[in-house]
Write a protein that binds this ligand. Structure first.
Ligand code: HEM
Length: 403
């Protein structure tokens, strides 16, 4: 691994599988930005870009940086068949443009605003029992439940099936110590999800509803419609891209506000600041820390030659802490302007669910602020999830003072 420190800190060690990186990646990112902005990891055969401007250029340079092998290093997610489970996220133009032009119609501000009452009802449904006892696990009793139910709502999944789909989605994202891929139970859950969505889609073709699935069946762009296989891959992608990411964003917001009482006071005293709480958490400790690209053709970045066919990580979490872009980047500060946020990516693959995620997070935090006057987190019992690109808590034991 490259990079030797002037302060004699030894060579930089960075791997998305390293538990020390999961604990706190930010000091390593800072060293990478200053000492090895084009970092090489021989063991796992990847490069990593850590500076905001290099990452922005890479997001926009689709001639060189391809999504066609997927965006994650995990063996089950990487390769030429990644689009089967990752849909448009694992495609380049023209395939990407074709699918995106159809699905994007379902994520307009109007459609997301129309979902608001249901998002609020789902939030309350899970928050009320959690608050009842005064002590609960913020992730397992609340933040881990809402996002998958919102996705089910969007897709049109009947209420009675939602708990089971949550169980399957949980198995899919569950990681075990030392195993850096989906577990065997996770694979079985993925198959069950596919089988469920296939049957659901067949049913929707016979009995259209007022939901995203029906719209995806019916939408036609220039005489072109999505096939069953394409719709199912897209529904599956929503579970992978929109579920755990939003759960972890909520957990990170809850945790960092607790660590910073002055910042916490801002949204708790003035709920119009909730959106600043969401934005600063996205910047300071976002749930998607990195995405992978594969080079179509060779490229030279900062005098370093990268071959065609190479794997290159874009370290989103590092871009969001780059001092060249964010003043006092290591300070959690709800008053800062956050215009250059990289948390949802950039360019063609910019997160389709960004608006939904922001809306959902604001509603969840708004309901919390309405009902909770103060809270504590049991740091001794909290635990992080050990996943290669998603950062956040697996468990966050909380006690609350209810208003
Ligand atoms: C805090 C929550 C979220 C974060 C941090 C996040 C982050 C991201 C990022 C960084 C990308 C770009 C990946 C790349 O360039 O390779 C992305 C893409 C995507 N996200 Fe999100 N996401 C979140 C929530 C959601 C939600 C709620 C949904 C939908 C229910 C969603 C759906 C998607 C889809 C479909 C794509 C692929 C877009 C494309 O390839 O054109 N995301 N997300």
């Amino acid at each position: 691994m490259t990079g030797a420190s002037a302060l004699d800190l030894g060579p930089i060690e960075f791997s998305p599988y390293d538990y020390r990186i999961h604990d706190d990646p930010y000091p390593t990112y800072a060293r990478m930005r200053s000492e090895a902005p084009v970092f090489r990891n021989e063991e796992f055969d990847f490069w990593a870009l850590s500076r905001h401007n290099d990452i922005l250029s890479a997001f926009r340079n689709i001639e060189v940086f391809s999504n066609s092998f997927g965006v994650a290093l995990d063996p089950s997610a990487y390769g030429p068949n990644a689009h089967r489970t990752m849909s448009l996220l694992a495609m380049d133009p023209p395939n990407h443009s074709r699918i995106r032009s159809i699905v994007t119609k379902e994520f307009t501000p109007k459609k997301i605003a129309a979902l608001e009452p249901r998002m609020r009802a789902i939030t309350r449904e899970h928050l009320e029992p959690a608050l009842d006892g005064g002590a609960f696990d913020f992730i397992n009793d609340f933040a881990g439940l809402v996002p998958m139910d919102v996705i089910s709502e969007l897709i049109g999944v009947p209420y009675a099936d939602r708990a089971e789909l949550r169980r399957l989605a949980d198995l899919l994202v569950h990681r075990e110590e030392g195993v850096f891929d989906v577990t065997p139970q996770g694979f079985e859950a993925a198959i069950e999800l596919f089988v469920y969505y296939e049957a659901f889609l067949i049913d929707r073709r016979l009995h259209p509803g007022d939901d995203l699935t029906t719209q995806l069946i019916e939408t036609e762009v220039n005489g072109d419609r999505l096939t069953n296989e394409e719709i199912i891959s897209f529904l599956f992608l929503l579970v992978v891209a929109g579920n755990e990411t939003t759960t972890k964003l909520l957990g990170n917001a809850w945790y960092w506000a607790w660590c910073n009482p002055e910042e916490r006071a801002k949204p708790f005293n003035d709920p119009t600041r909730i959106s600043d709480w969401v934005e600063e958490t996205l910047r300071f400790d976002g749930s998607t820390q990195m995405v992978l690209r594969r080079t179509h053709i060779p490229i030279v970045i900062r005098d370093t030659h990268i071959d065609a066919g190479a794997r290159v990580f874009l370290l989103i979490g590092s871009a969001n802490r780059d001092e060249d872009v964010f003043d006092r980047a290591d300070v959690y500060d709800l008053d800062r302007p956050n215009g250059d946020l990289m948390s949802f990516g950039n360019g063609r693959h910019f997160c389709l669910g960004a608006l939904l995620a922001r809306h959902e997070a604001r509603i969840a935090l708004d309901e919390l602020v309405k009902h909770v006057s103060d809270y504590e987190i049991d740091e001794a019992l909290m635990a992080r999830v050990h996943s290669a690109n998603v950062r956040g808590f697996a468990t966050l034991p909380t006690t609350v003072k209810v208003r």
